[in-house]
Design a protein around this ligand. Structure first.
Ligand code: PGA
Length: 253
């Protein structure tokens, strides 16, 4: 069912407190409960808030996930790390993998990201692989090569389901967004790549991320091959996140 739906996932990044999270999640429960049937909704939260977020949401249909996962699968002497099994243990259903901020500040490359994908799959939390080019790469006309190279690691896994978020780095937190033609071209390329790397039977969701807001969500979500949105800043306020989820509620055909 969720493979036919639009997905809207919030990425809180390094924001929140017990108090503000409670306010946000409670407000969301009220405003999006009717829509949660039609749209797969989730929030990626800082690890320290996974437990309390799961408790607050109780059985409400909003998946809680992590923003990252350790490259180390096993338990042991990895000070500061949180492995995929721990995330699953506390209720995380998914983890973002390879967000551009992780690639930039923590030098995460495909070999690291492959271990992270493996670890998520082994722990039965689904990875959301984030890809996207920088402004310099787009200006040099390299965006397709870059995204293809970022997706190449999918061939190393035997996957029946793939979730990718296309997030042009230059659109994240900047208020700039690609044109709908640019989004459509890239999403089509990502679909083709996934099908050729993982096989025809694979289930796919490709989300767009980067400055999605209440004003542009409906237009972006209507672009062919856009299966949902990964929302940063606008997911921190209940009213704007709820409005984006509302925009993803397309009437059944
Ligand atoms: P933004 O962030 O919506 O604030 O641009 C998106 C993201 O980084 O996932």
């Amino acid at each position: 069912m969720i493979w036919q739906q639009k997905w809207v996932i919030g990425n809180w990044k390094m924001n929140g407190s017990l108090k503000t999270n409670q306010q946000l999640l409670q407000a969301l429960q009220t405003s999006v409960s009717a829509m949660a049937e039609q749209v797969f909704c989730g929030v990626a939260v800082p690890n320290v808030y996974i437990v309390s977020s799961c408790q607050l949401l109780n059985s409400f249909a909003l998946a809680v996930g992590a923003e990252d996962v350790s490259r180390f699968a096993e338990y042991g002497a990895y000070t500061g790390e949180v492995n995929a099994q721990m995330l699953a243990d506390v209720g995380a259903r998914f983890a973002l993998v390879g967000h551009s901020e992780r690639r930039l500040y923590f030098q995460e490359d495909n070999s690291i990201l492959l271990t992270k994908l493996h670890n998520c799959l082994a722990a039965k939390i689904f990875p959301v692989l984030c890809v996207g080019e920088t402004l310099a790469q787009r200006e040099a006309g390299q965006e397709k090569e870059i995204v293809k190279a970022q997706l190449a690691l999918l061939s190393e896994l035997s996957l029946s389901e793939v979730v990718v978020a296309y997030e042009p780095v230059w659109a994240i937190g900047t208020g700039k967004i690609p044109t709908t033609t640019q989004i459509a071209d890239m999403h089509q390329l990502i679909y083709q790549q996934i099908l050729s790397l993982c096989g025809e039977g694979v289930k796919i969701r490709v989300l767009y991320g980067g400055s999605v807001n209440t004003k542009n969500a409906a237009e972006i979500l209507a672009v062919p091959h856009v299966d949902g949105a990964l929302v940063g800043g606008a997911s921190l306020q209940a009213d704007s996140f709820a409005a984006i989820i509302q925009a993803a509620c397309v009437p059944a055909l």
